[in-house]
Design a binder for this molecule. Structure first.
Ligand code: MN
Length: 241
């Protein structure tokens, strides 16, 4: 049986002027039975539409901060480095693949923030600066596969059904987060300071995103289940097509 092809958004290293990839993203998809394919960093609509037709699903990876202008905010000094090329590419890819073709999508870290912004939500540009009441540190030091805070998983959500857990210990390597949630997103998990750490999109086959990093611990049970749920949906979409 052919493995479902899954497009993976490339990471960008401005110092090396290079596209790159963390192996855990590839491993997570491979071990779930998918075939990952790193995409070019292009915002060309026709090229991305063609890739959307080829791939059964897309992994929106972690990375740079999103340009605050995309959610109507000014860039504050606490905002981190941005990557306009990724903003442009992912905006087009999300539009042609997810919105037009209902392709499955999994967002990780920047991915959850991206989905929220593209669907009309806003972000905290820096949690320590803008959510000072939080006692949690969301930006851990290495090793990154180590859980550092807990999330409460929403009862009755598909994530709760998948994991069979009320709470999950997660790693955390983000200084931004969801402020106003986009109307089409539904929370599936929250940190103990109230920050939304997992969402799904309404009325789509599988558009999920998490704020933590399963790719740093791809063999861990919750990571395997998450990648498997994503890849399985991609496989089923291929069957019915
Ligand atoms: Mn966190």
């Amino acid at each position: 049986m052919e493995k479902p092809l899954i497009g993976v958004v490339p990471l960008w290293d401005e110092k090396k002027d290079s596209l790159w990839m963390l192996p855990g993203y590839m491993e997570g998809i491979l071990q779930a039975g998918g075939l990952p394919l790193m995409l070019p960093l292009t915002a060309g609509k026709e090229a991305l539409r063609q890739l959307a037709g080829l791939c059964a699903g897309f992994l929106f990876t972690g990375g740079h901060d999103i340009f605050p202008g995309l959610y109507g905010a000014e860039v504050l000094p606490c905002c981190g480095p941005i990557c306009e090329e990724r903003d442009a590419m992912e905006r087009t890819l999300f539009s042609v693949a997810v919105l037009e073709q209902d392709k499955s999508a999994l967002g990780i870290c920047r991915g959850i923030q991206l989905f929220n912004v593209l669907l009309g939500g806003t972000l905290y540009q820096d949690l320590p600066a803008q959510l000072p009441g939080s006692a949690l540190s969301h930006q851990q030091k290495p090793p990154y596969d180590r859980p550092v805070h807990r999330v409460k998983i929403t009862q009755g959500s598909p994530l709760h059904e998948l994991l069979g857990l009320d709470t999950l210990e997660v790693n955390s390597s983000h200084h931004q987060g969801i402020a106003d949630l986009a109307p089409e997103l539904v929370p599936m998990a929250r940190a103990e300071d109230g920050l939304i750490e997992a969402v799904r999109m309404k009325d789509k086959t599988f558009v999920w995103a998490v704020q933590w990093h399963p790719e740093f611990a791809p063999a861990e049970e919750s990571s395997r289940k998450l990648f498997s749920a994503f890849v399985e949906t991609c496989r089923n979409a291929g069957r019915s097509a």
